[in-house]
Design a binder for this molecule. Structure first.
Ligand SMILES: *[C@@H]1O[C@H](CO)[C@@H](O)[C@H](O)[C@H]1NC(C)=O
Ligand SMILES: *[C@@H]1O[C@H](CO)[C@@H](O)[C@H](O)[C@H]1NC(C)=O
Length: 248
């Protein structure tokens, strides 16, 4: 079976090289300076390994065989999810053009970006798949499709002084503007943020710091990734996930 899987991924690699739309099974799908395919075959998810490498690994829910027959070939858009698959735990289905955003490392494995008070302007947190938000980036703004009618925009707090090494983020009905408005962007499936006034060693570095009520508050980490971690926080990178529903 192992060699069959290897053969299948080699074949998928070959067909993907032509199609450039879907990364092969076990293939690279993200990382700093990665310019190739960032979408994994249906049933596979792009899994963070280190800042330079993310890889398509079998998804937690179901495994499909579609890519063995070169499923991604010829299609220029994202693979549509094969609807018959898993019993989803998320309550909502992903809208076209949006992504879930989640952490993929303990202690926050498959916790999803959302607002502390659900679908309402409030602090950005990671939380349960069943309440996962859906997001897109337009003109450097990270936009939360909160309730289908009123979009919410990610707003990062200003840096009070150079000793401040983490910046909180919240959701607002008003887009970020002025000196504190940075730029959100994808690097592969990895969410990054930059701002001209702050030099960051790792644009994809985030921190998750639980508050007294155990909300998992999300911060931009202005320091190095996985080094000099502030007390009470965990280093994370966060990633787009485009499965039909948010899987645990
Ligand atoms: C959507 O959220 C906004 C902002 O919280 C709120 O003003 C609006 O009433 C909500 N709309 C629906 C249909 O829930
Ligand atoms: C920097 O700002 C933080 C947060 O506002 C504050 O607690 C701290 O005292 C300030 N430090 C200096 C050196 O100004």
């Amino acid at each position: 079976m192992k060699s069959l899987t290897l053969l299948a991924s080699l074949f998928a690699l070959a067909s993907s090289a032509l199609a450039q739309s879907t990364a092969p099974q076990y293939g690279q799908c993200g990382g700093q300076s990665w310019t190739g395919a960032t979408i994994c075959p249906s049933g596979w998810s792009c899994t963070y390994s280190n800042p330079y490498y993310s890889q398509c690994l079998p998804g937690a829910a179901t495994t499909t065989v579609s890519s063995i027959t070169g499923g991604g070939g010829g299609s220029s858009s994202s693979p549509t999810s094969t609807s018959t698959s898993s019993a989803a735990s998320g309550t909502t289905t992903l809208q076209a053009g949006y992504s879930f955003i989640r952490a993929v490392e303990d202690p926050n494995f498959h916790k999803y970006l959302q607002s502390e008070t659900l679908n309402t302007p409030s602090t950005a947190v990671l939380g349960s798949p069943s309440t996962a938000g859906q997001f897109e980036i337009t003109n450097g703004q990270l936009i939360y499709n909160a309730n289908g009618t009123t979009p919410l925009y990610a707003v990062v707090e200003g840096r009070a002084n150079s000793t401040v090494m983490k910046l909180g983020m919240s959701w607002s009905t008003t887009p970020a503007s002025g000196a504190n408005a940075g730029t959100f962007m994808w690097s592969g499936d990895t969410l990054e943020w930059s701002i001209p006034t702050i030099t960051r060693p790792a644009l994809n570095a985030w921190l998750v710091c639980p508050d007294a009520a155990d909300n998992l508050l999300l911060y931009i980490n202005l320091g190095p990734y996985d080094y000099q971690t502030p007390t009470g926080c965990a280093d994370e990178t966060i990633h787009a996930y485009t499965g039909a529903t948010a899987t645990p």
